[in-house]
Design a protein around this ligand. Sequence first.
Ligand SMILES: Nc1nc2c(ncn2[C@@H]2O[C@H](COP(=O)(O)OP(=O)(O)OP(=O)(O)O)[C@@H](O)[C@H]2O)c(=O)[nH]1
Ligand SMILES: [Zn+2]
Length: 340
Amino acid sequence: MAALGAAAPGQVRFPGRVGQVDRGAATVLTPDGELRAQLGPRLFKDGEPPLGGAQLATGDWVVVGGPAPHLILDVLPRRSAFVRGTANRRTESQIVATNVDTVFVVAALTGEQRLRRIERYLAVAWQSGAQPVVVLSKADLHPDPAGAAEEVERIALGSPVHTVSSRTGEGLDALDRYVEPGRTVALVGLSGVGKSTLTNRLRGEEVLSTQEVRSDFKGRHTTTHRELVPLPGGGLLIDTPGMRALAVWDAEEGIDKAFADVESLTGACQFRDCRHQDEPGCAVRTAVVTGSLDADRLGNWEKLRREQRMLELRQDARARSEDKQRIRTRARALKKRPHR
Ligand SMILES: Nc1nc2c(ncn2[C@@H]2O[C@H](COP(=O)(O)OP(=O)(O)OP(=O)(O)O)[C@@H](O)[C@H]2O)c(=O)[nH]1
Ligand SMILES: [Zn+2]
């Protein structure tokens, strides 16, 4: 931080972690508690480091200048970032959480299509740069959690897999190591898998029934919501609406990592441009036939890659139409020029 230059007399600089981000300001968690800070001039510069034109996000480490009114002077490089498409055009992205160490990929043991959903979320998790940990929830409702976990381990390719029950408390101790001081966790998973209930457990709150503490029509907690939640073990939990609604979006490398087994098979195909359909000498198809690769897993890999290609095409189309728009605007401006 010395590189930031000497502070003006009477000014102090200290580190903080961004919680909620609003337009032009943010809540920052500092060693002395939470405060509000305005975005400093440096953060408004488009397309330049440290933000590369992107907005400040929950989880960012920042340098705050004070005393009040506090200013966010700088943002430290991000170790990991979760990105999602914005609702409108599906070609724009938004950073929803940064500097997450561990991401709990939560899936209910009662859920259908469990393996395929976990594969999807593992791709998102790997893409972010955070370490994924699979948390199989609602173990109390499953006759054989250990057996189910083994099945998941085969597709998790080395990522830890835990079975827990927020109702009975079973298995929760094993999650402690991920929320030690200085570590940040976040949860992803479909609605209803038990993320809120697990979050309450991690916060050390007794969970009676999630329904009982909910009262608004959406079923959300009505207690004041925090994006950055300090946990009793010393770690931090990032809990934002953006994280909750996370879906696969621009995750090419994440898909490669989540399907490293399939990816390595493709290297053994006879043809370099093998589409793994009916080409001779296809190592991927052979693996399915011999039973070393599950056909559903392969199907999911193909599906995710198709989605990725569609997204890239849409992004290209958007870039082209923006170019066209620029040319048109310029042409119009030229036409309007008075003749001499
Ligand atoms: N039996 C059992 N039920 C659970 C467990 N964890 C959560 N539930 C129930 O599952 C339902 C959904 O749990 P939530 O914690 O609200 O799920 P969520 O993932 O936060 O859902 P969204 O907020 O919609 O994303 C609630 O009725 C919980 O009481 C568990 O370990 N065992
Ligand atoms: Zn092939």
